[in-house]
Design a protein around this ligand. Structure first.
Ligand code: SF4
Ligand code: SF4
Length: 388
């Protein structure tokens, strides 16, 4: 068997074979992943490592849907890379974490809706960065055009100060409209993933509870208690901890916005609220988590062993982590400076960053939350059926 060469090495860019390079890249990628799974299926040394290998053993052949399912079930803990006797420099060149990172990225593109938006995954880092800059510039330009300069640059901490810079209706139209579109896009992508990876009933409460528990605890990043190979062959719980800070930080920030909406509409309490109020405390602690978590995840990518990592997805990953930190730091700065003349500009930058984040939920690494949850759900169903 030949050593696994990289995708870049196998595409010449001349078009002589009559296929586009991106199509050949995808074909080569899935052929490499299929070959790796066939070797793993014969070896089975890693059977107890994670949910991937037990699911793999129930399959003799690996369709694209199977490989997309297994790749999204993989949590990229790198345990199988450091344990593998066939990892490079062995001629088999087995590197499951890197291969599955590339397959996951290909699956995000394949299931994206609308189809035309799938190209956002090709140069995800560049697309995400440019779109964020455009979103912030657009909101700043609109605020500069429509807001009264006497209001925009005034120090005002009284109730309703935010809405005198950007009206409630405008905020809901921009951020709410983008978020609603992203939810629809996510739902279509989820249905496509589910059908392509085997379909079947989703009305099974027990596996759903198991999958939700796996998602909320990141059990598959626990390595049986000792942690994962976050940086190198040594075990740690750093990635799991930083991921928890990022995920729960995001959820707390989302809860803060929801609670503030209820305060406003149900109780007539208009923002800005005191620092010790419920919505501000949710946003403050969530914002801190959303600074520390993404910063930690970015640090792990910089100092970690690059061999099991995919270079193709790195740009998009860094761009998303930077956007998350931009959202959280502008939110915290807005909290700190909300009674100063900087409030209006900070509010516009924050709204632009939030809108970009909402828009890219289905077109960035954020989408992995949906597909991994569905993969965990399928794995739980298969375990209950005693298939594995
Ligand atoms: S990753 Fe390596 S050691 Fe693990 S099952 Fe596959 S071939 Fe065997
Ligand atoms: S990297 Fe970790 S989660 Fe992914 S297949 Fe290997 S052991 Fe399983």
């Amino acid at each position: 068997m030949q050593a696994s060469s990289t995708i870049a090495e196998r595409t010449c860019g001349t078009g002589e074979c009559g296929k586009s390079c991106s199509k050949r890249e995808a074909e080569t990628l899935y052929a490499d992943a299929r070959r790796a799974m066939e070797i793993c299926n014969a070896c089975r040394y890693c059977e107890g490592f994670c949910a991937v290998f037990p699911a793999m053993t129930t399959r003799r052949e690996f369709t694209k849907g199977d490989l997309n399912y297994l790749a999204n079930l993989c949590h990229n803990c790198r345990g199988c890379y450091y344990s593998c006797q066939y990892a490079p420099p062995h001629e088999f060149g087995i590197n499951v974490p890197r291969l599955f990172s590339d397959v996951r990225a290909a699956s995000y593109e394949a299931y994206a809706w609308p189809d035309a938006f799938a190209v956002a995954f090709r140069r995800n880092g560049t697309v995400l960065s440019i779109a964020t800059a455009i979103a912030i510039a657009t909101v700043l330009a609109l605020v500069a055009h429509f807001a009264d300069p006497g209001v925009l640059y005034a120090a005002d901490g009284s109730p309703g100060a935010f809405y005198r810079v950007i009206s409630w209706d405008a905020m809901v139209t921009v951020a709410g409209g983008v978020f609603a579109f992203s939810l629809v896009a996510l739902a279509v992508g989820g249905v496509r993933f589910w059908r392509d990876t085997g379909g079947g009933s989703v009305r099974m409460p027990a596996p759903a509870v198991e999958a939700v528990s796996d998602v909320l605890t990141l059990r598959n990043l626990g390595g049986g208690g000792g942690g994962c190979n976050d940086l190198n062959e040594r075990y740690s719980n750093l990635r799991r901890g930083f991921h928890h800070l990022t995920f729960y930080g995001f959820m707390l920030c989302f809860a803060a916005t929801s609670v503030a909406t209820i305060y406003d509409h149900a109780f007539g309490l208009i923002a800005p609220y005191p620092f010790l109020s419920f919505p501000v405390q949710l946003g403050f602690w969530g914002g801190l988590g959303l600074v520390i978590g993404p910063a930690g995840l970015a640090w792990l990518k910089v100092v970690g062993d690059p061999e099991p990592a995919s270079r193709r997805v790195m740009g998009g990953d860094f761009a998303l982590l930077a956007l998350l930190m931009l959202v959280s730091t502008t939110g915290l700065a807005l909290l700190a400076l909300r009674e100063t003349p900087a409030m209006g500009i900070l509010l516009a930058v924050h709204l632009g960053a939030v809108s970009s984040l909402f828009l890219f939920i289905p077109y960035s690494k954020m989408t992995h939350g949906l597909y991994r949850s569905l993969a965990l759900f399928r794995a739980a169903i298969e375990r209950r059926r005693n298939v594995v």
